[in-house]
Design a protein around this ligand. Structure first.
Ligand SMILES: C[S@@+](CC[C@H](N)C(=O)[O-])C[C@H]1O[C@@H](n2cnc3c(N)ncnc32)[C@H](O)[C@@H]1O
Length: 220
């Protein structure tokens, strides 16, 4: 079990977690079984999942741009979830909920098949060393896994500053059955209109790096 009595268990070590008391934070108890998302948000609006929300820079902006969508922001980084909650609470963003968990396990447990209108992954850990690249979150197997949770017509948004990761994902996506490239004929772009910038995007852009944006849609 990933979460247990306020402690995060990892590799046999127990680390104190800062408690999160925000009403927009979904506790492990609430997520022990498949949640009723319509009941949680109080409406039937399209549901989007941001994986690896960090400090919540992206979700706070996108949720304000799209008040008629519901957003679930997930990260296993305790302080990131805390900060994200503080931001959405300060802004009273009732269309956002925050989850502290590992994304794949959470999805299997808590996201119904074909229910997501969008999945967003911004600047996932790049694992730059060649021998660590197999640890990267986004690869063909992961996108095929995501597809099962996405509605036909649902969007997959990916962004990274890491050239090799961006090119890898852009090369891999055309081989994944059942997706169309929204940015065609480009496989990726370095800018996207109306796409809020995350904390890491801003940091990398300030260092003069280019962001790789990839956008695919699940076919109906
Ligand atoms: C480099 S940070 C980027 C944060 C944010 N998306 C941004 O662009 O500013 C990557 C984040 O993804 C989270 N993360 C990585 N793999 C994850 C997983 N499998 N499930 C949940 N969170 C994950 C990490 O904890 C970290 O906060």
């Amino acid at each position: 079990m990933l979460f247990c009595c306020g402690y995060f268990e990892r590799k046999g070590y127990a680390v104190n977690l800062i408690p999160i008391t925000s009403p927009r934070f979904l506790t492990p108890e609430l997520l022990a079984a498949m949640p009723d998302w319509r009941q949680i948000f109080g409406n039937d609006n399209p549901l989007a999942l941001e994986i690896g929300c960090g400090m919540g820079d992206f979700v706070t902006q996108v949720a304000q741009l799209h008040p008629d969508w519901n957003f679930v922001a997930i990260d296993y980084y305790n302080k990131g979830c805390l900060k994200t909650c503080k931001r959405i609470d300060d802004l009273e963003l009732n269309n956002v909920r925050v989850v502290r968990d590992e994304a794949r396990g959470f999805m299997v447990r808590c996201i119904p098949p074909e229910s997501l209108q969008a999945v967003v992954i911004n600047c996932p850990d790049p694992w730059p060393k060649m021998r660590h690249r197999k640890r990267r979150l986004v690869n063909g197997e992961f996108v095929a896994f995501l597809a099962d949770f996405m509605l036909p017509g649902g969007d997959f948004h990916f962004a990274t500053d890491f050239d090799d990761y961006g090119e890898d994902v852009a090369r891999m996506m055309p081989g994944i059955a059942g997706f169309e490239n929204v940015l065609a004929p480009d496989f990726y772009r370095h800018t996207r209109e109306q796409y809020p910038l995350s904390k890491y995007m801003k940091k990398f852009m300030a260092e003069g790096k280019r962001i790789y944006f990839v956008h695919y849609r699940k076919q109906g």
